[in-house]
Write a protein that binds this ligand. Structure first.
Ligand code: FAD
Length: 551
């Protein structure tokens, strides 16, 4: 005889993590999992890579087979069963299977129904045969079948977030012409503009078309019309404009919901009904940094929450600490990763930014590649607010280290203290994360003062003099409009030409030489600022202000 009946709605990330952990801790309870799709425990995150056949074997999309889960964990798994309603007073649910509705009783109900893709309603879309969203294996089957049978040539991906760009990359690798249409001012909206511009360039470099600040107003005869009347040929559309929690069930049952109708839970994942719990993409979580409500539809939090809930329902002392939103995406040769808050989310708050350019491992060791790292922090409390990074290699490591530092509550100056494993093929003795700590500490101590890429033009208009301290050769390849050149190694001789009454901004390639220049000029009595991130960042985001000398 089972002790209790635990019923789970949704058999993937949060639901299955809960079920297997709960079984390991409780041998006697009856655990039923209702999953409306045909599969449980599948790899949503792997779906885009099956489109290009980078994941060649469809069966690899199943993380754990239903039969194995049933046998090993004594789970009662019912696929193709949709839970239609919850009667919380009587602790009953109604389930639809094969046209029949049955009523099932529960002692504890766990909701992990996930999130569903937002579907836009665009004029004329009924004329385009191949319009898809992507959430599960049947969705990816439909996309692959369409590609194989209809042989589409021109794809449009609407939405340039993580899933959109993964689909764009994989459709391109599949041989289609791909255009990305994004309503925001830049691709990868979770990143700040200057970081996202690297993603935009990577897309263009790989032959994709990118349209930002716009959307599709209508479709007509295998063509899409953008707001500025640009016309794109199209025979396959992927809508990847975000997700909404799949919470109609919870709303109809009268459970408390919050932002975007996400299910409100306490730090024990308990909903407004004491017998119903919820985890995963469908719940409102506390942001780890702001402590405010947010929604973070990612796999790692969903898995963690499922496991934590199993612990809680098994009597262990565990509580939700909130989510940080650490995320990563590969785009052709580059990786983009971020954690915590970006500048847009920090508007109205006091924060400082440091941009760095470094190497994934010692520069003198073969095959070193560049890493761009941005860290945002509170200059008073030293709290690290967030980080964003990109590069060919080692990006995941840096963001994971900073995400860990944030969760450990390290002040930004303690990034200096991190002792990461070092040997030339792996790292630098001063890793770029340590460097972020050095620079932030210098900023906090007033040893360096910085300006940001977006401030330069305005400051120049106010009379600041911009001094390029790179070599003449580097400068010839491009420099900031209206800047003057004083190479660092000649600066002590040349600085007498600078007007001591004027404020000065110095820059080089990566901010290291310009930091030395800043110190030389400061010690000589000048009022001087270092351009944070220097030319490496400025040239990407302010292309229109880069001057190249005629040869
Ligand atoms: P899900 O895993 O979506 O599971 C919910 C399940 O509940 C669904 O299978 C659904 O059919 C079922 N269900 C819903 N309502 C009912 C009902 N009434 N009755 C029965 N069953 C129901 N996250 C990352 O962190 N990194 C990635 O790289 C990444 N890539 C992704 C790529 C794609 C294409 C997609 C779609 C998502 C990706 N995610 C990624 C997000 C990640 O998959 C989700 O955050 C995670 O799966 C959420 O887990 P969950 O248990 O809340 O919901």
């Amino acid at each position: 005889m089972a002790d209790k009946c635990i019923v789970i709605v949704g058999g993937v990330a949060g639901g299955m993590s809960f079920a297997t952990r709960y079984r390991r801790l409780n041998q006697n309870d009856h655990i039923i999992i209702f999953e409306k799709g045909p599969y449980v425990s599948f790899a949503n995150c792997g779906l885009p890579y099956y489109v290009s056949k980078e994941i060649t074997d469809r069966s690899d999309l199943i993380v754990a087979e239903k039969e194995m889960l049933e046998q090993r964990f004594q789970l009662d798994i019912r696929v193709n069963h949709e839970v239609l309603s919850i009667d919380k007073e009587n602790k009953l649910i109604k389930v639809l299977y094969d046209g029949e509705i049955e009523t099932v009783a529960y002692d504890t109900l766990v909701l992990s129904p996930g999130a569903k893709p937002i579907k836009l309603n665009i004029e004329g879309m009924e004329n385009i045969k191949g319009i898809f969203t992507l959430r599960n294996i049947p969705d990816v089957d439909r996309i692959v079948e369409y590609i194989e049978h209809e042989n589409p040539q021109n794809a449009i991906v609407i939405g340039a977030g993580f899933i959109g760009l993964e689909m764009a990359e994989n459709l391109k690798k599949r041989g289609l012409n791909v255009s990305v249409v994004e309503k925001a001012s830049h691709v990868l909206p979770p990143f700040d503009e200057e970081m996202a511009m690297f993603a935009q360039k990577e897309l263009l470099k790989n032959g994709l078309n990118v349209y930002t600040n716009t959307s599709i107003v209508k479709f007509m005869n295998n063509q899409a019309v953008l707001e500025d009347n640009t016309i794109l040929d199209v025979d396959l559309v992927i809508m990847a404009v975000g997700v909404l929690p799949e919470t109609a069930l919870a709303v109809e049952a009268g459970l408390a919901v919050g932002m975007k109708n996400g299910i409100v839970v306490n730090d024990q994942y308990q909903t407004s009904d004491k017998n119903i719990y919820a985890v995963g993409d469908a719940i409102v979580v506390k942001h780890y940094i702001t402590k405010e409500d947010t929604m973070i539809p990612l796999a790692s939090p969903a898995n963690r929450q499922g496991r934590q809930l199993a612990d809680i329902l098994s009597g262990l002392k565990v509580k939700s600490k909130g989510s940080l939103g650490t995320a990563i995406v590969r785009l052709f040769n580059l990786t983009f990763a971020s954690c915590g808050l970006n500048e847009r989310q920090l508007q109205g708050k006091k924060y400082e930014v440091v941009h760095l350019l470094g190497n994934d491992h010692a520069g003198y060791f073969p095959d070193a590649t560049s890493i761009y790292l941005k860290v945002i922090f509170n200059p008073v409390t030293q709290q690290i607010y967030g980080a964003q990074a990109l590069g060919e290699k080692g990006v995941d490591k840096r963001i994971d280290v900073i995400a860990t530092a944030i969760k450990a509550g390290y002040p930004v100056s303690d990034l200096q203290e991190l002792e990461t494993a070092y040997a030339p093929p792996f790292n630098s003795a001063k890793d770029i994360v340590n460097m972020a700590g050095y620079v932030a500490s210098n900023m906090i101590a007033g040893i360096t003062r910085t300006v940001q890429w977006h401030e330069v033009e305005k400051l120049q208009e106010e009379g600041y003099v911009v001094v390029d301290v790179r070599s003449e050769k580097e400068r010839r390849a491009g420099y900031i409009k209206d800047s003057i050149n004083m190479p660092l190694d000649n600066l002590r001789c040349l600085m007498s030409k600078l007007d001591p009454q004027k404020k000065i901004i110095v820059y080089c390639r990566s901010s290291i030489r310009s930091y030395n220049a800043e110190r030389i000029l400061r010690n000589a009595g000048f009022d001087v600022y270092n351009l944070d991130g220097s030319f490496a960042y400025y040239k990407v985001v302010k292309e229109d202000r880069i001057v190249k000398d005629e040869m």
